[in-house]
Design a protein around this ligand. Structure first.
Ligand code: NAG
Ligand code: NAG
Ligand code: NAG
Ligand code: NAG
Ligand code: NAG
Ligand code: NAG
Ligand code: NAG
Ligand code: NAG
Length: 352
């Protein structure tokens, strides 16, 4: 349990449950007159997701996030102020005069986080609703026009129904970025990006700006490098949209609401896991992982290097026979990206 609820919230919640009919007790919508304070919760209408303030791991900082409400361990799927923690319980998330979702801490003059959209809708009513797929949607009540949604700004988690990739009409590119550590949801070193530059899109995993792993191209069924982890089956579906409007990829559950939870997470050391859990389960199971193993990383052992997982902790890269590391110092630091070169002073040369 990484969540922390104030006594005030528990008391308030108990009172609400006692005083009001059950369907009024859980709110899924934020209005300009009803902000969310630290300790309050928004709960989606099927009670799959909750939004509120949380403290990750061993940290003492407070963040606004969305987490699985009824699943084991209540894992966090999205974080608003990931690089701007609040250090106390003064946080308030509200809709401001301009229709933006804004997060304030102690200092009421300087916002900690905001959706930063420009609206020219003076008198319209703008609401923020947490939907049952885990998307926080800011919209005009009159027209249902979506102004902003958390699915467009993923953190480390790719949820069913979410899109990764480029919206060509707005220029928005949705990517995953790892947490710094389990105690810090700040932007870490790994990113998972749909490369939309070529006519044949491909998923790239980067460590900083080094290409770490690639999925292979979309072959119409799945990603060619991980066919068993990306093709339609009886539980999940996968798709790629590639048009003048967007280049994006999506995955989802065939039977949403069937009490099955699932999420794809880029962890702090660059592993991507697909987790599943049923509503009655006590834990999450890992359904698939990429990169598949240490040799699966892109260009792992460089030119003229080969990769083979050794027993134990040995380095998995070796040079082909007759070759040696181009940079012995990098090699001894287990960085083989500059590969191997032909050995000098080998037998052949002596015979010249
Ligand atoms: C919004 O309200 C302000 C002040 O009442 C007014 O000056 C402005 O023209 C209005 N904008 C729109 C788009 O209605
Ligand atoms: C949103 O619009 C509906 C009708 O479309 C109305 O019943 C509801 O009261 C409005 N919500 C708010 C908060 O104004
Ligand atoms: C990210 O990479 C830099 C450079 O390699 C390293 O100093 C830093 O500790 C890394 N950060 C995390 C959160 O792993
Ligand atoms: C795609 O092209 C743009 C512009 O040339 C570049 O900034 C970006 O890094 C490229 N993306 C990838 C994934 O190669
Ligand atoms: C996979 O399932 C999705 C959703 O049902 C569908 O749109 C897509 O065409 C399917 N892909 C294949 C290769 O059948
Ligand atoms: C990421 O996943 C890998 C593979 O399961 C694991 O070895 C590693 O400890 C994980 N890293 C973090 C930061 O959780
Ligand atoms: C790893 O070690 C086990 C037992 O020590 C041995 O049977 C196996 O052949 C080794 N595998 C490799 C790839 O060296
Ligand atoms: C490995 O070495 C290459 C070439 O010198 C360098 O560009 C890269 O940053 C190094 N990679 C890591 C993970 O340190």
């Amino acid at each position: 349990m990484i969540m922390y609820f104030t006594k005030g919230f528990l008391l308030l919640h108990t009172l609400l449950v006692l005083l009001l009919p059950q369907f009024d007790a859980l709110q899924d919508t934020l209005t300009s007159s009803k902000p969310i304070r630290d300790g309050d919760l928004l709960v989606s209408n099927g009670e799959t997701f909750a939004l509120g303030f949380f403290t990750p791991g061993e940290s003492t900082n407070r963040y606004v996030g969305i987490w699985f409400y009824k699943a084991p361990e209540q894992p966090v799927a999205w974080v608003a102020n990931r690089d701007n923690p609040i250090t106390d319980t003064s946080g308030v998330l509200s809709i401001d005069l301009h229709g933006n979702l804004v997060l304030y801490g102690e200092d009421q003059k300087k916002s900690i986080w905001s959706t930063n959209i420009v609206t020219n809708s003076n008198d319209s009513i703008i609401l923020a609703q947490l939907t049952d797929v885990g998307n926080l949607v800011l919209f005009l009540n009159e027209t249902s026009e979506v102004l902003w949604q958390s699915f467009d700004y993923p953190t480390d988690t790719f949820l069913p129904g979410m899109k990764l990739g480029l919206d060509r009409t707005t220029g928005l590119n949705r990517i995953l970025t790892s947490w710094k550590s389990k105690d810090d949801p700040g932007i870490g070193n790994f990113s998972f990006i749909l490369n939309t530059n070529s006519s044949s899109p491909e998923l790239f995993l980067y460590k900083g700006n080094i290409l770490w792993w690639r999925s292979g191209h979309w072959n119409g069924i799945g990603w060619s490098g991980i066919p068993t982890l990306s093709s339609n089956d009886s539980v999940m579906y996968f798709n790629l949209f590639n048009s003048e409007y967007e280049t994006s990829t999506v995955w989802g559950l065939r039977y949403p609401g069937a009490s099955l939870f699932s999420r794809l997470v880029l962890n702090g050391s660059g592993s991507i896991h697909r987790f599943v859990s049923a509503i009655s389960d006590q834990e999450w199971d890992i359904l698939g992982t990429v990169p598949l193993d240490r040799c699966d990383n892109y260009g792992k052992c460089g030119a003229f290097g080969k990769c083979q997982i050794q027993n134990g902790t040995e380095f998995e890269c070796t040079c082909l026979t007759g070759f040696e590391p181009r940079s012995p110092s990098e090699w001894s630091a287990r960085n083989a990206t500059s590969g191997c070169v032909k050995k000098h002073g080998g037998g052949i040369r002596l015979q010249e």
